[in-house]
Design a protein around this ligand. Structure first.
Ligand code: PLP
Length: 393
Protein backbone atom coordinates (compact mmCIF):
# COMPACT_ATOMS: atom_id res chain seq x y z
CA UNK A 1 0.00 0.00 0.00
CA UNK A 2 1.35 3.43 -0.88
CA UNK A 3 1.44 6.26 1.69
CA UNK A 4 -1.22 8.21 -0.21
CA UNK A 5 -3.60 5.29 0.30
CA UNK A 6 -3.76 5.71 4.08
CA UNK A 7 -4.70 8.88 5.91
CA UNK A 8 -1.43 9.31 7.79
CA UNK A 9 -0.77 12.97 8.60
CA UNK A 10 2.99 12.69 8.53
CA UNK A 11 5.69 10.97 6.55
CA UNK A 12 6.04 7.38 7.85
CA UNK A 13 9.31 5.56 8.47
CA UNK A 14 10.53 4.10 5.17
CA UNK A 15 13.04 1.47 6.17
CA UNK A 16 13.62 0.23 2.61
CA UNK A 17 17.30 0.05 1.74
CA UNK A 18 16.48 0.09 -1.98
CA UNK A 19 13.38 1.46 -3.77
CA UNK A 20 11.52 -0.12 -6.65
CA UNK A 21 12.55 1.37 -10.00
CA UNK A 22 10.32 -0.78 -12.26
CA UNK A 23 12.24 -0.69 -15.55
CA UNK A 24 15.52 0.26 -17.21
CA UNK A 25 14.21 3.68 -18.30
CA UNK A 26 13.14 4.73 -14.79
CA UNK A 27 16.38 3.33 -13.40
CA UNK A 28 18.67 5.30 -15.70
CA UNK A 29 16.53 8.43 -15.20
CA UNK A 30 16.74 8.11 -11.42
CA UNK A 31 20.51 7.55 -11.46
CA UNK A 32 20.99 10.49 -13.82
CA UNK A 33 19.04 12.72 -11.45
CA UNK A 34 20.95 11.29 -8.52
CA UNK A 35 24.31 12.34 -9.96
CA UNK A 36 22.78 15.71 -10.78
CA UNK A 37 21.73 15.76 -7.10
CA UNK A 38 18.21 16.95 -7.74
CA UNK A 39 16.02 16.71 -4.63
CA UNK A 40 12.86 15.44 -6.29
CA UNK A 41 10.25 13.90 -4.00
CA UNK A 42 9.76 10.63 -5.90
CA UNK A 43 13.32 10.02 -7.02
CA UNK A 44 14.48 7.44 -4.49
CA UNK A 45 17.05 4.78 -5.32
CA UNK A 46 18.88 3.61 -2.21
CA UNK A 47 18.63 4.86 1.39
CA UNK A 48 22.32 5.71 1.72
CA UNK A 49 21.75 8.23 -1.13
CA UNK A 50 18.39 9.61 -0.07
CA UNK A 51 15.41 8.47 1.93
CA UNK A 52 11.88 9.97 2.05
CA UNK A 53 11.66 10.04 5.84
CA UNK A 54 15.04 11.78 6.02
CA UNK A 55 14.00 14.30 3.34
CA UNK A 56 10.83 15.03 5.31
CA UNK A 57 12.87 15.82 8.46
CA UNK A 58 15.24 17.95 6.35
CA UNK A 59 12.27 19.98 5.15
CA UNK A 60 11.35 20.79 8.77
CA UNK A 61 14.87 22.12 9.35
CA UNK A 62 14.80 24.14 6.10
CA UNK A 63 11.68 25.90 7.44
CA UNK A 64 13.45 26.75 10.70
CA UNK A 65 16.69 27.98 9.11
CA UNK A 66 14.90 29.61 6.15
CA UNK A 67 17.34 27.99 3.72
CA UNK A 68 17.09 26.22 0.38
CA UNK A 69 18.65 22.91 1.45
CA UNK A 70 19.46 20.89 4.58
CA UNK A 71 21.27 17.55 4.71
CA UNK A 72 20.89 15.26 7.70
CA UNK A 73 23.68 12.98 8.90
CA UNK A 74 23.97 10.42 11.73
CA UNK A 75 25.67 12.81 14.17
CA UNK A 76 26.91 16.35 14.59
CA UNK A 77 30.43 15.07 13.95
CA UNK A 78 29.48 13.52 10.61
CA UNK A 79 27.80 16.83 9.68
CA UNK A 80 31.09 18.60 10.44
CA UNK A 81 33.06 16.05 8.39
CA UNK A 82 30.60 16.43 5.49
CA UNK A 83 30.71 20.24 5.57
CA UNK A 84 34.52 20.37 5.67
CA UNK A 85 34.88 17.79 2.87
CA UNK A 86 33.44 20.37 0.46
CA UNK A 87 36.66 22.39 0.82
CA UNK A 88 39.15 19.57 0.38
CA UNK A 89 40.62 19.62 -3.14
CA UNK A 90 43.71 17.42 -2.82
CA UNK A 91 46.97 19.32 -3.23
CA UNK A 92 45.08 22.47 -4.27
CA UNK A 93 43.52 22.84 -0.78
CA UNK A 94 44.30 26.23 0.77
CA UNK A 95 44.72 26.65 4.57
CA UNK A 96 41.71 26.11 6.87
CA UNK A 97 41.20 28.52 9.77
CA UNK A 98 39.38 27.42 12.94
CA UNK A 99 38.54 29.54 15.98
CA UNK A 100 39.89 27.76 19.07
CA UNK A 101 36.74 28.13 21.19
CA UNK A 102 34.81 25.32 19.56
CA UNK A 103 33.49 21.93 20.71
CA UNK A 104 36.30 19.72 22.10
CA UNK A 105 35.27 16.83 19.84
CA UNK A 106 35.75 19.09 16.81
CA UNK A 107 39.24 20.04 18.03
CA UNK A 108 40.11 16.34 18.50
CA UNK A 109 38.80 15.61 14.98
CA UNK A 110 40.92 18.44 13.56
CA UNK A 111 44.04 17.25 15.38
CA UNK A 112 43.81 13.50 14.88
CA UNK A 113 42.04 13.26 11.53
CA UNK A 114 42.46 16.49 9.56
CA UNK A 115 46.05 17.17 10.61
CA UNK A 116 47.59 13.77 11.38
CA UNK A 117 45.80 11.52 8.90
CA UNK A 118 44.85 13.90 6.08
CA UNK A 119 47.82 16.28 6.43
CA UNK A 120 45.73 19.43 5.95
CA UNK A 121 47.19 22.90 6.55
CA UNK A 122 45.28 23.84 9.73
CA UNK A 123 45.46 27.20 11.55
CA UNK A 124 43.76 28.42 14.71
CA UNK A 125 42.54 31.81 15.86
CA UNK A 126 42.48 32.29 19.65
CA UNK A 127 40.42 34.79 21.68
CA UNK A 128 42.18 37.40 23.76
CA UNK A 129 40.78 37.79 27.28
CA UNK A 130 37.49 36.11 26.42
CA UNK A 131 36.89 38.09 23.21
CA UNK A 132 37.99 37.73 19.61
CA UNK A 133 40.20 40.64 18.53
CA UNK A 134 38.74 41.45 15.11
CA UNK A 135 41.67 43.63 14.01
CA UNK A 136 44.01 40.72 14.68
CA UNK A 137 41.55 38.41 12.86
CA UNK A 138 41.67 40.62 9.78
CA UNK A 139 45.49 40.46 9.78
CA UNK A 140 45.42 36.64 10.01
CA UNK A 141 42.81 36.24 7.26
CA UNK A 142 44.52 38.66 4.88
CA UNK A 143 47.85 36.84 5.38
CA UNK A 144 46.54 33.25 5.19
CA UNK A 145 43.68 33.70 2.69
CA UNK A 146 42.07 30.54 4.10
CA UNK A 147 39.62 28.37 2.19
CA UNK A 148 37.15 28.97 5.04
CA UNK A 149 36.82 30.31 8.57
CA UNK A 150 35.11 28.01 11.09
CA UNK A 151 33.40 29.36 14.21
CA UNK A 152 30.69 28.59 16.76
CA UNK A 153 28.12 31.30 17.41
CA UNK A 154 28.18 30.52 21.17
CA UNK A 155 31.25 28.66 22.43
CA UNK A 156 31.49 25.93 25.03
CA UNK A 157 31.91 26.09 28.06
CA UNK A 158 32.74 29.83 28.39
CA UNK A 159 29.76 30.81 26.17
CA UNK A 160 31.71 33.38 24.15
CA UNK A 161 29.42 34.88 21.51
CA UNK A 162 31.24 35.51 18.24
CA UNK A 163 30.54 38.71 16.32
CA UNK A 164 29.44 36.69 13.30
CA UNK A 165 28.46 39.81 11.32
CA UNK A 166 31.96 41.29 11.49
CA UNK A 167 33.75 37.95 11.16
CA UNK A 168 31.75 37.15 8.01
CA UNK A 169 32.33 40.59 6.53
CA UNK A 170 36.10 40.28 7.05
CA UNK A 171 36.28 36.69 5.78
CA UNK A 172 34.32 37.56 2.63
CA UNK A 173 36.51 40.61 1.97
CA UNK A 174 39.48 38.23 1.70
CA UNK A 175 37.68 35.58 -0.37
CA UNK A 176 37.11 33.03 2.42
CA UNK A 177 33.91 31.08 3.04
CA UNK A 178 32.36 30.96 6.53
CA UNK A 179 31.13 27.83 8.32
CA UNK A 180 29.25 28.13 11.62
CA UNK A 181 28.33 25.51 14.16
CA UNK A 182 25.10 27.09 15.43
CA UNK A 183 24.14 24.28 17.84
CA UNK A 184 24.05 26.46 20.98
CA UNK A 185 22.25 29.49 19.47
CA UNK A 186 19.85 27.61 17.14
CA UNK A 187 17.86 29.45 14.44
CA UNK A 188 15.44 30.60 17.11
CA UNK A 189 18.06 33.08 18.36
CA UNK A 190 19.99 33.63 15.20
CA UNK A 191 20.09 32.67 11.51
CA UNK A 192 23.67 33.05 10.21
CA UNK A 193 22.76 32.29 6.57
CA UNK A 194 20.91 35.65 6.50
CA UNK A 195 24.28 37.34 7.12
CA UNK A 196 25.97 35.61 4.19
CA UNK A 197 27.46 32.67 6.09
CA UNK A 198 27.94 29.77 3.65
CA UNK A 199 27.23 26.69 5.79
CA UNK A 200 25.41 26.25 9.09
CA UNK A 201 25.99 23.06 11.07
CA UNK A 202 23.99 21.70 14.00
CA UNK A 203 24.36 18.78 16.27
CA UNK A 204 20.65 17.90 15.94
CA UNK A 205 21.25 15.52 18.85
CA UNK A 206 20.77 18.61 21.04
CA UNK A 207 17.96 21.20 20.75
CA UNK A 208 16.41 20.06 17.45
CA UNK A 209 15.79 16.58 18.84
CA UNK A 210 15.45 17.95 22.37
CA UNK A 211 14.76 14.70 24.18
CA UNK A 212 18.17 13.05 24.53
CA UNK A 213 16.99 10.02 22.55
CA UNK A 214 18.85 10.16 19.22
CA UNK A 215 22.04 11.40 17.61
CA UNK A 216 21.88 13.39 14.39
CA UNK A 217 23.60 16.24 12.61
CA UNK A 218 22.63 18.61 9.84
CA UNK A 219 24.29 21.00 7.44
CA UNK A 220 22.27 23.83 5.90
CA UNK A 221 22.89 26.34 3.15
CA UNK A 222 21.71 28.10 0.01
CA UNK A 223 24.57 27.49 -2.44
CA UNK A 224 23.70 24.66 -4.83
CA UNK A 225 27.32 23.72 -5.61
CA UNK A 226 28.09 23.28 -1.92
CA UNK A 227 24.96 21.13 -1.56
CA UNK A 228 25.95 18.91 -4.49
CA UNK A 229 29.44 18.38 -3.16
CA UNK A 230 28.11 17.63 0.35
CA UNK A 231 25.47 15.16 -0.96
CA UNK A 232 28.17 13.35 -2.89
CA UNK A 233 30.42 13.03 0.17
CA UNK A 234 27.56 11.97 2.46
CA UNK A 235 26.64 9.26 -0.05
CA UNK A 236 30.18 7.96 -0.58
CA UNK A 237 31.15 7.76 3.11
CA UNK A 238 27.67 6.70 4.26
CA UNK A 239 26.99 9.53 6.71
CA UNK A 240 23.23 9.39 6.03
CA UNK A 241 20.82 9.54 8.99
CA UNK A 242 18.72 6.44 9.63
CA UNK A 243 14.98 6.63 8.73
CA UNK A 244 14.00 5.75 12.32
CA UNK A 245 15.99 8.62 13.78
CA UNK A 246 14.72 10.93 11.03
CA UNK A 247 11.14 10.01 11.93
CA UNK A 248 11.65 10.83 15.60
CA UNK A 249 13.51 14.00 14.70
CA UNK A 250 10.77 15.25 12.32
CA UNK A 251 8.21 14.68 15.09
CA UNK A 252 10.19 16.15 17.99
CA UNK A 253 11.36 19.19 16.02
CA UNK A 254 7.77 20.42 15.81
CA UNK A 255 8.00 21.53 19.44
CA UNK A 256 11.51 22.97 19.05
CA UNK A 257 10.59 26.67 19.35
CA UNK A 258 8.31 26.08 22.34
CA UNK A 259 10.97 24.06 24.12
CA UNK A 260 13.95 26.23 23.30
CA UNK A 261 12.27 29.56 24.08
CA UNK A 262 11.32 28.21 27.49
CA UNK A 263 14.84 26.84 28.04
CA UNK A 264 16.23 30.30 27.24
CA UNK A 265 13.81 31.94 29.70
CA UNK A 266 14.65 29.44 32.43
CA UNK A 267 18.38 29.96 31.83
CA UNK A 268 18.11 33.78 31.99
CA UNK A 269 16.25 33.60 35.33
CA UNK A 270 18.61 31.00 36.75
CA UNK A 271 21.76 32.88 35.71
CA UNK A 272 20.49 36.04 37.48
CA UNK A 273 19.71 33.96 40.54
CA UNK A 274 23.10 32.22 40.63
CA UNK A 275 24.93 35.53 40.20
CA UNK A 276 23.53 36.65 43.58
CA UNK A 277 24.70 33.57 45.53
CA UNK A 278 27.75 34.31 47.77
CA UNK A 279 29.27 30.82 47.50
CA UNK A 280 29.41 31.15 43.70
CA UNK A 281 32.41 33.17 42.54
CA UNK A 282 31.42 33.78 38.94
CA UNK A 283 28.62 33.00 36.47
CA UNK A 284 29.26 32.89 32.72
CA UNK A 285 26.07 33.57 30.78
CA UNK A 286 25.88 35.89 27.74
CA UNK A 287 22.68 37.46 29.10
CA UNK A 288 24.48 38.86 32.17
CA UNK A 289 26.01 42.32 31.81
CA UNK A 290 29.18 40.92 33.41
CA UNK A 291 29.75 38.47 30.52
CA UNK A 292 32.58 39.61 28.23
CA UNK A 293 30.43 39.21 25.08
CA UNK A 294 27.10 40.47 26.47
CA UNK A 295 26.90 43.42 24.04
CA UNK A 296 27.63 41.20 21.03
CA UNK A 297 24.98 38.74 22.25
CA UNK A 298 22.40 41.52 22.53
CA UNK A 299 23.23 42.71 19.02
CA UNK A 300 23.18 39.22 17.46
CA UNK A 301 20.15 37.73 19.23
CA UNK A 302 18.03 40.91 19.26
CA UNK A 303 16.85 40.40 22.84
CA UNK A 304 15.10 37.07 22.13
CA UNK A 305 17.23 35.27 24.70
CA UNK A 306 20.83 34.23 25.31
CA UNK A 307 20.79 30.47 24.94
CA UNK A 308 20.19 27.85 27.60
CA UNK A 309 23.72 27.06 28.82
CA UNK A 310 25.21 28.45 32.03
CA UNK A 311 28.69 27.91 33.43
CA UNK A 312 29.48 28.84 37.03
CA UNK A 313 32.33 28.49 39.45
CA UNK A 314 32.33 27.77 43.19
CA UNK A 315 34.35 30.04 45.44
CA UNK A 316 36.61 28.63 48.15
CA UNK A 317 39.80 29.32 50.09
CA UNK A 318 41.77 26.83 47.95
CA UNK A 319 41.35 24.30 45.12
CA UNK A 320 40.31 21.51 47.49
CA UNK A 321 37.49 23.54 48.96
CA UNK A 322 36.29 24.53 45.47
CA UNK A 323 36.35 20.92 44.28
CA UNK A 324 34.63 19.81 47.50
CA UNK A 325 31.80 22.31 46.96
CA UNK A 326 31.44 21.24 43.34
CA UNK A 327 31.20 17.57 44.34
CA UNK A 328 28.74 18.30 47.14
CA UNK A 329 26.54 20.28 44.73
CA UNK A 330 26.54 17.43 42.19
CA UNK A 331 25.52 15.01 44.96
CA UNK A 332 22.85 17.24 46.50
CA UNK A 333 21.05 17.95 43.20
CA UNK A 334 21.48 14.45 41.75
CA UNK A 335 17.84 13.39 42.30
CA UNK A 336 16.64 16.10 39.90
CA UNK A 337 19.72 17.27 37.97
CA UNK A 338 21.77 14.42 36.51
CA UNK A 339 25.40 14.44 35.45
CA UNK A 340 24.92 13.55 31.77
CA UNK A 341 27.57 14.49 29.20
CA UNK A 342 25.32 16.07 26.58
CA UNK A 343 23.09 19.14 26.37
CA UNK A 344 19.65 20.22 25.21
CA UNK A 345 17.76 17.55 27.16
CA UNK A 346 14.22 18.23 28.51
CA UNK A 347 15.48 18.49 32.10
CA UNK A 348 18.43 20.45 33.39
CA UNK A 349 21.63 18.38 33.36
CA UNK A 350 25.18 19.22 34.39
CA UNK A 351 28.86 18.53 33.72
CA UNK A 352 31.93 19.22 35.91
CA UNK A 353 34.15 21.30 33.59
CA UNK A 354 37.55 20.23 34.99
CA UNK A 355 36.75 16.51 34.64
CA UNK A 356 35.94 16.98 30.95
CA UNK A 357 38.12 19.82 29.68
CA UNK A 358 41.09 19.31 32.05
CA UNK A 359 43.46 22.21 32.59
CA UNK A 360 42.16 24.29 29.66
CA UNK A 361 39.76 26.05 32.06
CA UNK A 362 41.75 26.01 35.30
CA UNK A 363 38.94 26.75 37.78
CA UNK A 364 38.35 23.46 39.64
CA UNK A 365 34.91 24.43 40.98
CA UNK A 366 33.37 24.97 37.54
CA UNK A 367 30.06 23.40 36.54
CA UNK A 368 28.30 23.66 33.19
CA UNK A 369 24.50 23.51 33.22
CA UNK A 370 22.33 22.69 30.24
CA UNK A 371 19.05 24.24 31.38
CA UNK A 372 15.88 22.31 30.60
CA UNK A 373 12.27 23.27 30.06
CA UNK A 374 10.99 21.97 33.40
CA UNK A 375 9.01 24.19 35.78
CA UNK A 376 11.34 27.06 36.73
CA UNK A 377 10.32 27.40 40.38
CA UNK A 378 11.04 23.70 40.99
CA UNK A 379 14.42 24.02 39.29
CA UNK A 380 15.36 27.07 41.36
CA UNK A 381 14.15 25.36 44.55
CA UNK A 382 16.35 22.28 43.87
CA UNK A 383 19.41 24.45 43.28
CA UNK A 384 18.73 26.79 46.21
CA UNK A 385 18.38 23.85 48.60
CA UNK A 386 21.71 22.40 47.44
CA UNK A 387 23.46 25.78 47.72
CA UNK A 388 22.12 26.26 51.25
CA UNK A 389 23.54 22.83 52.11
CA UNK A 390 26.92 23.94 50.80
CA UNK A 391 26.86 27.31 52.62
CA UNK A 392 26.15 25.50 55.89
CA UNK A 393 29.39 23.54 55.25
N1 PLP B 1 28.94 20.75 17.90
C1 PLP B 1 28.74 21.08 19.18
C2 PLP B 1 28.69 22.53 19.54
C3 PLP B 1 28.59 20.11 20.17
O1 PLP B 1 28.39 20.47 21.44
C4 PLP B 1 28.64 18.74 19.77
C5 PLP B 1 28.50 17.67 20.78
O2 PLP B 1 28.40 17.89 21.96
C6 PLP B 1 28.86 18.42 18.43
C7 PLP B 1 29.00 19.45 17.51
C8 PLP B 1 28.93 17.00 17.98
O3 PLP B 1 27.63 16.51 17.86
P1 PLP B 1 27.24 14.95 18.00
O4 PLP B 1 27.56 14.55 19.39
O5 PLP B 1 25.81 14.93 17.63
O6 PLP B 1 28.11 14.23 17.02
Amino acid sequence: MKRKEVNSSRMPVYRDSGFELYDAGTTSGAFKKETEHEREPDNYIYSRYRNPTVVSAEEEIMKLEGCSWALLTQSGMSAIDTALSVFQHGKETKPWLFFTEIYGGTISFIESVLKKRRGLDIHYFTPDNGKYDLNEFEKVVSRLKPEFVYIESISNPMLIVADVTEITRTAKKHGSKVIIDNTFATPWLYKPLDEGVDIVIHSATKYFSGHGNLTAGVICGNDKKIMQSAIEYRKFVGHMLSPDDAYRLQTQIQSFELRFSRQCDNASKLAEHLSRVPVIKKVWFPGLKSHFTHIIAEKLFGGKGFGAMITFDFDGKDENEKRGRRDKFIKLVSEKIKLIPTLGDPNTILMPVEAVWGIKYPEPGMIRLSVGFEDYSELEATITKALEGIEKG
